[in-house]
Every structure is written in C-alpha cells, then in structure tokens.
Ligand binder design. Structure first.
Ligand code: GDP
Length: 317
C-alpha cells in the first residue's frame, strides 16, 4: 500500500502555475491531519514526470566527478517551507545539493557548520534521553556501514564516535550535542552476524521504541553502504520507517569505493538508484537522500546544510 510520509513535500497542493510549495511536512504526528486520501495526489503528480529533469552532472572533484544523475522533479526532496518553480529548470538545478536529491530551501542557515561537539550521555531507554527539547538527528545503520566514521567526519573529530563503541555502550542511545543547540544521536548498529537472535530482536525493539516515542526527533538518518548491492535488512528498515511515517533521510556511505564494472560490480550511484526503486512503494514521494564518503568527506557539508534546514523549520513550527 502506498503511504503518506510526513517529511515529504505536498506536491499535490501545487497551484496550476507549477510553483511547488511544500508545507508543514515536519510536524509531529499529533499536529498532522489524519491519513489523507492519496489517489488524487498521485494522479496530479503525473504532469511532473520524466521529461522535467534536473541535471547533477556538474558534480565536481574526484572521485565522484563522473556521477551523472538526472532527477525528475517528482524525485526531488523539496524541504518544508521551500518552493520550486518547475518552469525554471536551471534555477531548480542550482539549488539541488550536490550528490543528493535535496533542494536547498530558505531555512538553511549559516548555523550549518559544526563549531563544537561533545558526548553528553548514553541512555538505555528513550525515557532516559535528554529532556531539554533540543532537536535531534539519529544515525542508524547496519554494523560496519561506516556510522562512526561519518559521525566523526561530520563533527570533524577523529574519535568522538568511539565513545559509543566502548563495551557496554553499544546498546545505548548516545547523545552528542553540537554547537550547544542540537543533538546527533548514535543508535546501535543492526544486523550483527554474530549476535544471538534474541539480542538482535531486543535491539530492534529498543530502537523502534525510540523512533516512535521521541518527540524531538527531527529525522532519522539511515545509513546504507553504497559500495555493495542493497541488503534485505536495510530495505526492511527503510520500509518500516516509511510505513510508520518516521521522517527519514537515506545517507549512502562509502561512495568513494568505485569498483570496476568488468568485475561485475555496480557503481555506488547504481546501488543508490536500485535501493530507491526498491523502497519507492512505501513512500508517497521521494525521501531525501545523499551520497557521502568519510574518506573524501563527500556529502559532509551537504548533510549539515540539510540538517540545518530541517532543524530550523522544526524549531519554527
Ligand atoms: P560502523 O561499524 O558503522 O561504525 O563502521 P565504521 O565507521 O567503524 O567503519 C567500518 C569500516 O568501513 C572501517 O574499516 C572503515 O574504515 C570503513 N569505512 C567507513 N566509512 C568509509 C568510507 O566512506 N569509505 C571507505 N572506503 N571506507 C569506509
């Protein structure tokens, strides 16, 4: 069944002038209208289909200089509070963050960069998490996906995320405060091959409870390894988030690993595309996604801008 995602742009409320307006898509469930009828929305989307594309071929710099992603407008993520003029391709193109489908809107501010970051606490239950009401972003992904590396890359510290790798902290919700004003939250990795089934189930329940109950959670950042084909467990996680209307950003990691086609390997952008096509049915419109590498720092500034615009919108609404 096609489901509405609460982070997604309300494309179907567009006026006939083709000026796309996104509204209060970051609201918590209690502030959202109850389930909307979806079918008229989808029919009205059809006029935005394939011919109108956004060219991302200007991605520059090795190793992702040959990334060429053509995105139809209905596959872009238009953040809440932003508008997109479908009649002006170039203007839209210029506002899409590099290596992503994310349009930069008016809520992205100069506060995007990390000035300071510190570990705050490990919590074993959502109820134990900080209660100061600051907005937060949760990083989650399969073990070995590159979560600690990305966290360290975002905050420009070599070992901050090691805190959450200490024995006894792996099943905790770890809060890091950034710029004294918002949290990055490191959640337990999932899919440890060696973990007993019972422990895996507990971790699932633990993180799912957090997703469903945490009022200050602005968006989950679900990390997916783009250097390998989609894994069932990742697809399951993404579809669960979509079905439960938990705001989600897909963060594709290890995009610097560009294996040769002759070995039968697929390039990161091919894995990115396949992953999205496999989860599309669970979302009314495209969730935001972004390609990253902790080796080259690809995507780091873009993630921070994306977080900035989500956060600032959330704070105002
Ligand atoms: P975690 O278990 O999800 O926290 O993953 P880590 O951050 O510990 O990384 C797991 C492995 O992947 C390590 O060997 C990292 O060096 C490697 N890795 C992480 N990020 C990247 C990346 O962006 N590119 C490449 N090539 N390797 C990475």
């Amino acid at each position: 069944m096609l489901l509405h995602h609460r982070l997604l742009p309300r494309l179907l409320l567009l006026p006939s002038t083709h000026t796309h307006t996104s509204t209060s898509t970051l609201l918590r469930p209690s502030r959202l209208p109850r389930r909307l009828s979806l079918s008229p929305r989808f029919s009205a989307l059809s006029h935005l289909a394939a011919p109108e594309t956004v060219d991302q071929s200007d991605n520059e710099g090795a190793p992702h200089e040959d990334v060429q992603v053509k995105l139809p407008l209905d596959r872009l993520f238009v953040p809440p509070g932003a508008t997109v003029d479908a009649g002006n391709q170039e203007a839209v193109s210029a506002r899409v963050l590099k290596g992503s489908n994310i349009v930069l809107g008016p809520y992205a501010r100069g506060d995007a960069q990390v000035v300071n970051a510190d570990f705050v606490k490990s919590s074993v239950r959502p109820d134990d998490c900080p209660r100061d009401g600051l907005p937060e972003f949760a990083l989650v992904g399969r073990s070995n996906v590159g979560k600690s590396s990305l966290l360290n890359s975002i905050v420009r510290r070599k070992r901050l995320a090691l805190t959450s790798k200490k024995p006894g902290k792996t099943q905790c919700i770890n809060h890091f405060i950034v710029n004294d004003s918002w949290y990055l939250v490191d959640l337990p990795g999932y899919g440890y091959a060696s973990a007993p089934q019972e422990a895996r189930t507990n971790w699932d329940e633990f993180t799912r409870n957090y997703f469903l109950s945490r009022e200050t959670l602005v968006s989950v950042f679900l990390l997916i390894d783009a250097s390998i084909p989609a894994k069932k467990i990742d697809l399951g996680y993404a579809s669960w988030l979509g079905q439960n209307k938990v705001p989600m950003t897909l963060v594709f990691t290890k995009c610097d690993k560009r294996k040769k086609k002759k070995n039968g390997r697929r390039r990161p952008e091919e894995n990115v595309e396949t992953f999205q096509s496999m989860i599309r049915e669970y979302f009314e419109a495209a969730p935001p996604w972004i390609m990253t590498s902790s080796v080259t720092n690809q995507g780091r500034d873009e993630i921070l801008l994306h977080m900035s615009q989500l956060r600032n919108y959330w704070l105002k609404h």
